[in-house]
Design a binder for this molecule. Structure first.
Ligand SMILES: Cc1cc2nc3c(=O)[nH]c(=O)nc-3n(C[C@H](O)[C@H](O)[C@H](O)COP(=O)(O)OP(=O)(O)OC[C@H]3O[C@@H](n4cnc5c(N)ncnc54)[C@H](O)[C@@H]3O)c2cc1C
Length: 456
């Protein structure tokens, strides 16, 4: 009996540890826009959620880095982008109302922290007029459009080249959306709902074992490793999706293609900006954000916006090109990759060309490059993202306990809270009857994934 005592004690300890081992209800991997919005939507449904992010609490790299993205309702041809934006505005209102009714200290919350309403300019070739016009009507966009030089002068006082049109959207909450604020607000709300966020935790392995997911983690500060289990998982790892899902859904490495995009930031020299008339200054501010495809070529297309206004009221102009993207050699170091002289020259020329069109004087000498960096977004073949279950191993049946949000490309920000809602609903088996919601569910969802897999 004496010899049996230690055995009984350790057996008891073992069984107790086994039975009290914590199993998470839902783990969301990735605290960028998609993971943060999904974790918030799940928390808002009253679910127990653990959000895991490899970065520190201040988001400092990744596709969602920065303080401005273009948000607009109009989109030539495809109404899903319009719905994604409009529904996100409503979801952002709910998020702000929740935070406002549960404030932290003296902090106040306002929708204008997330959206800066301003006219959104689109410049393109006149050949797209019919498609654009029909979309503007369907999408209930408040707009003005000039389709030739005389109308350009009369409506906007701009120099429109031949065969170029300019359309400006004036919907409320169209303009700029601030990803930094959305991430911050969602994460605050997740915590206020009593859920947890583990920063500085990188998922190094993810596998399914029976009904559970086994998640291995390393703490990037202490090096400590641990393994947790969860009943359900959301993967929202942005450009790292292929790597994260290598053992769970390895095909995403082929379906989602991370690309480098570069950004240049300019200031107009103080002495020059101060010499602008009040009308010219006003024109500069209302001319951004802009999507310019006036040349009808990939090289001639750019997006540009005012990232911030400095303490003296001067705009910081950011410019990049969706068609300037390039393959990535090493995702770990791409963020540090400097812009080439050619890329800087392209950014300068595109900005000067736009000022020329606006009829506001600006020369290279007065344009000061203040910052530039490389960033990344993940692209699917059609540039339409995935928000979907994955199939069970060797099967075409969907796994209800696993959702992937990925391949959000250059349009993820304006729909962020809708993607998060869709991800949360899929994981919980919830529905939404709005026609637009059903359209995005189909466009981004499981059947599409299965079709894409067959074409691999
Ligand atoms: C230059 C540029 C311009 C853009 N312009 C617009 C625009 O004008 N309008 C618009 O609507 N959209 C725009 N977008 C797109 C939008 O910003 C992205 O689609 C969106 O930010 C993608 O968010 P995400 O959460 O999928 O990815 P990310 O922000 O990259 O988030 C993924 C997160 O997962 C974390 N993670 C990854 N792997 C792990 C792991 N193993 N363990 C733990 N954490 C992990 C990462 O650290 C990261 O925080 C633009 C994007 C870029 C880059």
């Amino acid at each position: 009996m004496k010899n049996l005592l230690p055995f009984l004690f350790f057996s008891f300890l073992f069984l107790t540890c086994q039975s009290t081992e914590k199993i998470e209800e839902i783990v969301v991997i990735g605290g960028g826009l998609m993971g943060s919005t999904t974790a918030w939507q799940l928390s808002n449904y009253g679910e127990q959620v653990l959000l895991i992010e490899q970065q520190d609490s201040v988001y400092s790299y990744g596709s969602s880095y920065g303080e401005a993205r273009i948000a607009r309702s109009s989109n030539r041809g495809n109404d899903i982008w319009s719905y994604l934006h409009n529904r996100s505005v409503k979801e952002a209102q709910k998020l702000v109302s929740y935070l406002d009714s549960n404030p932290r200290g003296n902090q106040t919350y306002d929708l204008t922290d997330i959206y800066t309403t301003s006219p959104v300019t689109y410049i393109g070739r006149t050949r797209i007029y019919d498609k654009l016009y029909n979309s503007l009507i369907r999408q209930q966009v408040d707009y003005k459009m000039a389709v030739n030089q005389a109308e350009g002068k009369a409506l906007f006082d701009v120099n429109l080249p031949d065969s170029v049109l300019m359309q400006v959207e004036y919907n409320e909450h169209s303009g700029n959306i601030n990803p930094k604020k959305i991430i911050n607000y969602c994460q605050q709300a997740v915590l206020q709902k009593g859920n947890s966020i583990w920063y500085n935790h990188k998922v190094t392995d993810l596998k399914q074992d029976g009904d559970l997911f086994i998640i291995q983690l390393v703490n990037s500060k202490t090096g400590e490793k641990k393994t947790i289990k969860s009943k359900k998982v959301v993967s929202a790892a942005g450009p790292f999706t292929g790597k994260l899902l290598k053992n769970t859904a390895p095909y995403f490495d082929q379906l989602i293609n991370p690309q480098r995009v570069f950004l240049a930031f300019f200031k107009i020299k103080k002495s020059h900006f101060e010499n602008y008339t009040p009308e010219q200054k006003e024109k500069v501010f209302t001319a951004y954000p802009v999507i310019n495809s006036s040349k009808g070529t990939r090289d001639g297309s750019f997006f540009s916006m005012i990232e911030k206004v400095d303490e003296y009221g001067f705009p910081l102009i950011k410019i990049g090109g969706h068609f300037q993207r390039s393959p990535i050699k090493d995702i770990a170091t791409v963020w540090q990759q400097k812009l080439t002289p050619k890329e800087i020259e392209w950014s300068q020329n595109s900005t000067l060309g736009y000022f020329d069109l606006l009829n506001v004087p600006l020369t290279l000498n007065e344009l000061e490059l203040v910052d530039s960096y490389s960033c990344v977004y993940s692209l699917t073949k059609t540039e339409v993202p995935y928000v979907t279950h994955i199939p069970m191993p060797n099967s075409e049946v969907s796994n209800p306990n696993f959702v992937v949000l990925g391949g959000m490309s250059g349009v993820g920000a304006k729909g962020a809270l809708t993607y998060g809602l869709l991800g949360a609903n899929l994981l919980l088996g919830k529905e939404d009857e709005e026609a637009g919601y059903q359209a995005i569910k189909t466009a981004l969802g499981f059947e599409r994934l299965m079709k894409d897999l067959k074409e691999l």
